[in-house]
Ligand binder design. Structure first.
Ligand SMILES: Nc1ncnc2c1ncn2[C@@H]1O[C@H](COP(=O)(O)OP(=O)(O)OP(=O)(O)O)[C@@H](O)[C@H]1O
Length: 246
């Protein structure tokens, strides 16, 4: 079974070089002193979340609410300072656009690098390259260094690599939405089939239209805490009706 479970999870970032004057402002910000007397940002506080097979969860909240930190925590990039995190299932991560990409390498070289990282044998590597080439639609651009790609082209490459082997848990930050309309439609179809196979999607975004289309549940964060968790309409409110043209 695929599962993400957080129990009383907290994430803190120590702030070094933080002066005493700034310290006076700490009540206004999310700062506190930890056990070692360091000033820390309480990025996530006391989070309790359970996400089960087949759920498509959207994370919303103002800038700095903790959405990206939560995605990175689920991906195992940040370790909780308190609480318990459990993720069952292979993870596909689309959190940081440049993660695992060598900008000097061509698209193909980057795909090969990805296969090496995954420990794929030659035959599996060839199949992976074929799959990513076809899905990304990058054609001859796969022979060009990635630093020459547009934002949307980078998205195509990263998305194709992250989903080619059908991860059980797909974690996505909203930079991914830089894809063009054609690609977004293809990506949506792949995600629907992925989640249809009893997998989990967690997507952080400010775009309510995308969240309404792609997600079945929304978690709203505010200053590192959960302030709402439920079906899309309950948390985001009803979708706006299109205006009639006079
Ligand atoms: N590496 C870090 N070092 C110090 N503080 C950090 C770090 N990463 C995040 N934070 C802090 O943690 C809090 C949550 O940040 P996070 O990036 O998760 O918010 P977000 O909801 O994704 O925001 P946005 O919508 O702007 O992307 C913020 O106060 C931020 O300053």
């Amino acid at each position: 079974m695929t599962l993400i479970s957080l129990q009383n999870v907290a994430i803190e970032f120590p702030l070094y070089h933080f002066g005493a004057r700034s310290l006076k402002k700490r009540l206004l910000a999310r700062l506190k002193t930890d056990d070692s007397n360091r000033i820390v940002v309480a990025a996530l506080r006391d989070l309790n979340i359970e996400i089960r097979s087949g759920e498509r969860v959207g994370l919303v909240g103002h800038n700095g609410a903790g959405k990206s930190t939560l995605l990175r925590t689920m991906a195992g990039i940040y370790a909780p300072v308190a609480g318990r995190l459990e993720v069952q299932g292979s993870i596909g991560s689309l959190i940081d656009p440049s993660a695992g990409i060598d900008p000097e390498g061509t698209g193909i070289e980057n795909i090969r690098l990805h296969c090496l990282y995954r420990g794929l044998e030659r035959e599996a590597t060839d199949a992976f390259i074929e799959e990513v080439s076809a899905f990304s639609g990058l054609g001859e651009f796969l022979d060009v260094p990635v630093r020459g790609y547009s934002a949307g082209m980078s998205v195509r490459l990263s998305f194709a690599m992250a989903t080619a082997m059908t991860p059980e848990v797909l974690l996505m930050d909203e930079w991914f939405l830089a894809g063009d309309a054609d690609f977004m439609a293809t990506a949506e179809a792949r995600m629907t089939s992925l989640v249809g196979g009893a997998k989990i999607l967690v997507l952080a975004s400010h775009d309510h239209n995308i969240l309404r289309r792609w997600c079945s549940r929304i978690i709203r964060l505010d200053r590192g805490r959960i302030v709402a968790d439920g079906p899309v309409e309950d948390v985001l409110g009803p979708a706006a009706m299109p205006q009639a043209v006079a």
